[in-house]
Write a protein that binds this ligand. Structure first.
Ligand code: SAM
Length: 270
């Protein structure tokens, strides 16, 4: 198993409401119309269960969700929470610890729907290949939410925006040990894998649109965005410090708006 890359429950909690506001309800409702209850939904890279809390109320019940992650602490957190279906009934939840690159065809057999959120861009091509192969075998619709496209739009504009964006994207595609991540190339690559297997694919925009109401999230996101950019290109360190200072002042004055571009993707078999 590859080394588990830590994602904190605090970060997932901080972003949960922005994620919920951004995911495509259109695609989730469209997926729901393809399903016949009772539903078994497999959520890949579930973290603390943000996707089940958002998606279950859009789908008919009864529902059983199987949450997959390699991080046991996040799964424990998810198992303590609850979610309700469209009719208000409690969703049954199970957890499965494991590396998604080891997913096999049998693991998703019997699924009504497969979901993931904020996952694809942190995976390798091999892991994505294993997931797509398992989804093709399950022959159930697949809803993959919140994949970064690599673009950010910040108002007011700063000369550093495009420079740090490029450094961050290179960092996302970084090679770390045996892992070369897909980063912003992930969503188009996955769409192509499903299309070439004869599946239909729809893509919808699901960008974060952050303003003064999301001050803590903007601060944390800028910190992580710049940190990754500087890790990738250490020569940007001094500029990043100046940039962060200017952005902090704008955040404090409620004068900053950030759009982090994402897409959601729904794929379904012929
Ligand atoms: C950015 S978080 C998103 C969590 C959740 N889907 C959400 O929307 O809040 C990515 C999740 O995928 C999990 N993950 C990443 N790579 C994985 C892998 N190769 N195998 C299993 N889980 C993985 C992480 O532990 C983390 O919980």
């Amino acid at each position: 198993m590859s080394t588990v890359i830590p994602v904190s429950a605090d970060w997932l909690t901080l972003r949960e409401s922005a994620d919920a506001d951004s995911r495509s309800r259109l695609l989730a409702l469209r997926a729901g119309r393809m399903l016949r209850p009772p539903l078994v939904v497999h959520d890949l890279g579930s973290g603390t269960g943000s996707m089940v809390r958002w998606c279950a109320p859009l789908l008919p019940g009864p529902q059983t969700w199987v949450l997959h992650d390699w991080n046991e602490a996040l799964l424990d957190h998810a198992a303590r929470a609850s979610a309700r279906d469209r009719d208000g009934a409690t969703v049954t939840m199970r957890t499965r610890i494991g590396e998604l690159g080891d997913l096999r065809e049998n693991d998703l057999v019997g699924a009504s729907l497969v979901t993931a959120s904020a996952l694809l861009d942190v995976l390798t091509a091999g892991e994505v290949g294993a997931i797509v192969a398992a989804c093709l075998a399950a022959a159930a619709p697949v809803l993959l939410a919140l994949s970064v496209t690599g673009r950010v739009t910040i108002d007011p504009v700063d000369a550093g925006d495009r420079v740090f964006e490029a450094a961050f994207n290179d960092h996302q595609r970084r090679t770390g040990g045996d892992r070369t991540l897909l980063g912003p190339d992930a969503a188009p690559a996955v769409a192509e894998l499903f299309r070439s297997a004869g599946w239909s694919v729809r893509v919808d925009e699901s960008s974060w649109r952050l303003d003064a109401r999301s001050r803590a999230l903007i601060e944390e996101w800028i910190d992580g965005w710049l940190g990754a950019g500087v890790a990738q290109r250490p020569a940007l360190g001094e500029w990043a410090t100046e940039y962060a200072r200017a952005r902090s002042a704008q955040i404090a004055a409620d004068g900053l708006r950030v759009v982090v571009h994402h897409v959601d993707l729904l794929a379904w078999p012929p």
